[in-house]
Design a binder for this molecule. Structure first.
Ligand SMILES: C[S@@+](CC[C@H](N)C(=O)[O-])C[C@H]1O[C@@H](n2cnc3c(N)ncnc32)[C@H](O)[C@@H]1O
Length: 325
């Protein structure tokens, strides 16, 4: 496979870079992260597919492509292969469609749940960078949908949040034999999606029912100073769809079912509970801080009213706030 230098596509608006996880304190750092992560995705795919891989005549889907952080770095592949993108986020998908197609073949908007619009057995490769890291309740449905659109023998390359990231993203200590699949940020108003941690044993057990897991590389570059850093620090799963003979009909429940007698699930449930408790403590703290700010505002308003006799709607707003109105 050629790893020749290529000219990347245009950069999207800054808020798209932020919403796919490249947000940093300055615009310069945000752009630098977006560039670095996009290139890291290209290098990751090149290295997993190996030097013999030939894109000619191939079809690839970048599932959860966002505004094309990865796609803008593989326009040269798009000249010789049919490369598609799909995402839930309509504005980002529309931007990618308008700015990267062609040579990218097309960008589709998909729903929160499957299906994708592509036919069965369609793609040679599906990539999903920082996507299964955000799929909570419907991960199994999506894994089966990705398998549906892959040809027999087709490859899934998906990034995961494992130990390297866990240490920078959560306060709950990571233990590979515990975590399983643990979710947090359900209620965090600053994060649009849940975040998902995966233990390698859990991936082999559950994803391994739908795919042959060829390799799981641990994330190896945690960046302590930058907890929102994507890809650097993420692990990578390389999985293959079985050939027709060994692809059985599976349901989402088949993928989700816990293996009886495996006590690691007990530790995983405890880990999940600790994550929820940590998140709840954080939210309670934020609530207390909001209450304190509101009390200070109310006091300032009362002082002002006493001095000037002017009325405002603050007390009524507070009443509504307290009633949840
Ligand atoms: C952290 S961003 C990564 C985007 C892109 N892969 C990249 O590396 O820039 C997560 C992406 O997953 C997408 N996403 C979340 N849930 C999805 C779903 N159910 N179907 C498709 N995309 C989804 C989001 O819209 C978002 O673009």
């Amino acid at each position: 496979m050629s790893s020749s230098r290529q000219t990347p596509g245009p950069l999207p608006p800054l808020d798209f870079m932020v919403s796919v996880g490249s947000g940093h304190p300055t615009e310069e750092e945000t752009i630098a992260s977006y560039l670095e992560v996009g290139l890291a995705c290209r290098r990751e795919v090149e290295s997993l597919l190996g030097p013999e891989w030939d894109w000619r005549g191939k079809r690839m889907l970048d599932f959860g492509c966002g505004a094309g952080r990865f796609l803008r770095n593989i326009l040269d592949w798009g000249e010789i292969a049919e490369i598609h993108g799909s995402d839930l986020d309509q504005p980002m998908a529309a931007w990618a469609e308008a700015n990267l197609c062609p040579p990218i073949a097309g960008i589709e908007v998909n729903g929160f749940d499957p299906p994708l619009s592509y036919p069965d057995d369609h793609f040679d490769v599906v990539t999903a960078f920082s996507v299964f890291t955000h799929l909570g309740v419907n991960w199994a449905e999506w894994l089966l949908e990705v398998r549906r659109v892959l040809k027999p023998g087709g490859l899934l390359i998906a990034s995961i949040l494992d130990e390297a990231c866990a240490q920078t993203l959560t306060e709950v200590p990571y233990e590979e034999d515990a975590v399983g699949m643990s979710i947090w940020a359900y209620a965090n108003p600053t994060i649009p999606y849940v975040n998902v941690l995966h233990s390698h044993w859990w991936l082999r057990e559950h994803w391994g029912r739908a795919f042959e897991i060829l390799s799981i590389d641990s994330g190896s570059h945690p960046d302590e100073s930058n907890p929102s850093h994507e890809i650097p620090g993420q692990g990578i799963v390389l999985a293959r769809v079985g050939t027709e003979a060994d692809v059985e009909e599976l349901t989402a429940i088949d993928l989700q079912r816990e293996r009886p007698g495996d006590d690691r699930y007990i530790a995983a449930h405890r880990h999940q509970q600790e994550m929820f408790e940590t998140e709840a403590d954080d939210l309670k703290q934020r609530y207390r801080e909001s209450e304190m700010r509101l009390a200070l505002l109310e006091q300032a308003h009362t002082d002002l009213f006493e001095r000037t006799g002017e009325r405002s709607t603050l007390s009524r707003v507070r009443g509504l706030f307290r009633r949840g109105g």
